[in-house]
Design a binder for this molecule. Structure first.
Ligand code: AHM
Ligand code: MG
Length: 335
């Protein structure tokens, strides 16, 4: 259906906030800040192929500017914007060992903290494949008025207030979820605004695509190997064999899974007994988004978002996507 008017992300979040008379607008302003960081990262990502012309990481270009590696740039951009935001008490990033509490009085009085993976899938930069930023917003549990603490960052995923990702793909999009649902906004480059393009996203209950690094099969459990055989086995009624798609960039693989249905898997295996992907920066936000869209996310023995983290950079196995596909894989690998 043709939309009669462009709705920008800012307009949309304000409209959503109005559904809750008690809302203060802090969450929308935080989402706007993350969107702004995404636009700045996007500007750099779009120049990534020009590295031979504008200089390598650490090199100084003709204008005397030092070029930064994109993941470093993305991390510093997010931290810089959130630090000066009036609504963020602190951050934790996949790139930093420890959380960062912002100590000015605005920040100390803010009720939200943000966790992020600034540039996920960054090994894909060299080959011009999609990469992304993943973020997760929690209400802090520490005392307002004081700097936030580690406890604010090791909350289970089911306490997320919002989560989302920015995908730097053939176009740049931000997709975010609140408990009201999931919406996607595409960057209109000529006006520099994210515009509502994918309202009320629902993940199809069934799918025909499985996404996993199948090269690791020899390291997987027997249950996992049987499930992969099931995916490859012809069965006309069930539409098998399923298609296999794996970009190796979680944001890109999850974006397809969210829109088209399917399952994304990064299991525990012999080389990664706890899985590879990070609970707080990758799996919890994706689980929140997929569940808000009607899908499902598990680590094999329960809901991803019920895991009580004990440390900042915890890893977890993940099976996530269309509800019926996730239920099916659990028949093979469920604890
Ligand atoms: P990164 O945070 O170092 O970029 O690693 C995370 C990425 C995910 O985007 C992707 O799903 C996964 O690693 C791919 O791993 P592998 O190359 O082992 O298949
Ligand atoms: Mg990552």
């Amino acid at each position: 259906m043709q939309q009669s008017k462009l709705i920008t992300m800012d307009e949309f979040t304000i409209m959503e906030t109005r559904k809750f008379p008690q809302a203060t607008g802090e969450l929308s302003s935080l989402l706007r800040d993350i969107g702004l960081a995404g636009k700045l990262v996007n500007k750099q990502v779009r120049k990534a192929g020009l590295v031979d012309i504008i200089g390598e990481y650490g090199a100084t270009n003709i204008q005397g500017e030092t070029q930064q590696k994109l993941d470093v740039f993305a991390n510093e951009t997010l931290i810089g914007i959130l630090k000066y935001s009036t609504d963020c008490a602190g951050i934790a990033s996949e790139e930093n060992d420890d959380h960062l509490a912002f100590e000015d009085s605005f920040s100390a009085n803010s009720k939200y903290v943000v966790l992020f993976d600034p540039l996920d899938g960054s090994s894909n930069i060299d080959v011009n494949a999609p990469i992304g930023t993943i973020f997760s917003i929690y209400r802090r549990v520490s005392e307002l008025g004081k700097p936030c603490t580690i406890d604010d960052f090791i909350q289970p995923g089911n306490r997320q207030m919002a989560a989302g990702y920015i995908i730097y793909g053939s176009s740049t999009m931000i997709v975010y979820a609140t408990r009201l649902g999931v919406n996607g906004f595409t960057l209109e480059p000529s006006i520099g605004e994210f515009c509502l393009s994918h309202p009320n996203i629902k993940c199809p209950e069934n799918g025909k695509i499985y996404s996993i690094n199948q090269g690791n099969t020899s390291k997987c459990s027997e249950g996992m190997v049987s499930y992969l055989n099931y995916c490859m086995e012809p069965n006309k009624e069930e539409g098998r064999p399923f298609s296999h798609r794996y970009i190796g960039s979680m944001v890109a693989d999850m974006h397809r899974t969210l829109l088209k249905g399917g399952i994304f898997i990064y299991p525990a295996d012999k080389s990664s007994p706890k899985g590879k992907l990070r609970l707080q920066y990758e799996c919890n936000p994706m689980a929140f988004i997929i569940e808000a869209a009607g899908g499902k996310a598990t680590w094999g023995g329960g809901n991803i978002m019920d895991i009580q983290p004990t440390e900042l950079h915890q890893r977890t196995p993940v099976f996530i996507g269309s509800k019926n596909m996730v239920n099916k894989v659990l028949e093979y690998v469920g604890a």
